[in-house]
Structure formats: C-alpha cells, structure tokens
Design a protein around this ligand. Structure first.
Ligand code: DX5
Ligand code: ZN
Length: 225
C-alpha cells in the first residue's frame, strides 16, 4: 500500500483556508489534517467546529481531525457534525479513552488515538480493537515547524509490531519532510502528516504538489531499500 500524505492546514493561510484546502486536494493529498488546539492541553489556539464546517465543502478528501483539546469527550459530536471523517483524541487528555473511541465509532466516524513523544506505546494495548488510527507525535504538539524527535522511530516500529495485521493506520505527525520521511516509513508509518514541508515555497497547487511529491519520493525510497 502506498504511503498517504496528510498536509496539516496549520501551516496554511487561514485567510484563504478553503482555497488552500482545494490546492492541496488538487496537488494530490490523501487526507486533510486538521489540528485543533485549545490553548490549555497545548500552548496554542487554532480553530473549532464552525470553521471546519465552513471549509468542509472545499474538498471531498478525508478530514483527519487531530484534537489537541482537554476535555475532548463533550465536543466529539460537534466535530463529527462539522464533517470530520477521522477523529483522534490524545491519550494524555482523556482518562476514559476506551469510552471516547467507542463513542467516535458510534457517531459513524473513524477513531484515532494520539500519543505525545513521552507517552509509551503500551497505552494502546487494550483498545486496539476499537482503533482505526494511531497517531505518533514526533514533536511536542502545539506548533508547526519543529524538529523531528528521533526517539519516536523506535516507538513507531514497536507500534507497527503491535498492530500486526489489524486494519489500523499508523500516522506520524511533526517534523516530517523529505529528510525524515524515509526513516519514518522504514520504521512502519503509513500516513505522514506534514505542515511546513507542504505549505512552503510559494502558494498554490504547483508548489504544494512538488512538496508532496518530494515527501512521497523519500518515502518510496525507504520502502524500496
Ligand atoms: C503539531 C501538529 C502538527 C503540525 C505539524 O501540534 O499536530 O500537525 O502542524 O507541523 P510540521 O509538519 O511543520 O512539523
Ligand atoms: Zn496534527
């Protein structure tokens, strides 16, 4: 299976968010990664359900909504109603992950769990049957443009072994670029989030496509090796 690319719109021009989403769609993205921050669980604030609902009509691609909010549970239905396809909650922000994952699926959405860099992979062991996606944070969440934390490669490899042949995607988020994508995919990731590495080098489809192609090429090189 080919590696999927999920550009993070955290690095897009928020004044033109709909057009930016159309541009990554036209450039060949697989998912649209939506970073929701609350200024409490993470030291930054972004957008919530009304904005997601506004931009939803700009693409038919999967909306991969990464909730960096605490609490998350009371807001899950709002994100589902706004048009999320995958809803990912942070292990560190929810004492009742099992319940939240069941609830996300009951809303007809795919359920994901995200782990901060210091959180061990074992936390997913007893919810594997309730998961559609595991998101490994390879930076401390809150900001785009940070450096990839190398220790997460081992975690990705361990999670790949834990997943086995279950239909769970393994997504990696933070500091992913052509320089790091090869190692991330070699460790076992199959969905790559990239913010600053996609939304750079000028605005528009051509630049974003070239940036995504460069990440795909680095990932393909690792798979062939
Ligand atoms: C960080 C977010 C990431 C971020 C990635 O909290 O979850 O999705 O936008 O940005 P880059 O790719 O620039 O590290
Ligand atoms: Zn993210």
């Amino acid at each position: 299976m080919n590696v999927k690319i999920a550009p993070s719109i955290l690095s897009a021009d928020f004044a033109r968010l709909g057009e930016e989403i159309k541009a990554i769609d036209d450039g060949g993205c697989d998912y649209v990664h939506v970073d929701v921050m609350d200024g409490h669980f993470v030291p930054n604030l972004t957008f919530g359900p009304p904005i997601i609902k506004c931009v939803r009509p700009w693409t038919e691609k999967v909306f991969d909504v990464h909730l960096m909010i605490n609490p998350a549970q009371p807001f899950l239905k709002d994100y589902a109603d706004a048009g999320a396809d995958i809803i990912t909650v942070h292990a560190e922000a929810d004492p009742h992950i099992d319940r939240s994952l069941q609830y996300i699926r009951s809303l007809g959405k795919k359920a994901g769990i995200s782990l901060n860099p210091a959180t061990p992979e074992g936390i997913v062991e007893y919810v594997l049957d309730k998961l559609d996606l595991i998101l490994v944070m390879s930076v401390n969440p809150g900001f785009g443009g940070q450096s990839f934390i190398e220790s997460q490669l081992e975690k990705i490899a361990r999670l790949r072994r834990m997943i086995g042949d279950r239909p769970i995607e393994l997504e990696v988020d933070g500091g992913v670029s052509p320089a790091t994508a090869g190692a991330v995919v070699a460790a076992g990731a199959d969905v790559l989030v990239a913010g600053s590495a996609v939304f750079k080098g000028g605005e528009g489809v051509a630049a974003y496509k070239a940036n995504m192609d460069a990440i795909r090429a680095a990932a393909a090189g690792a798979k062939a090796a």
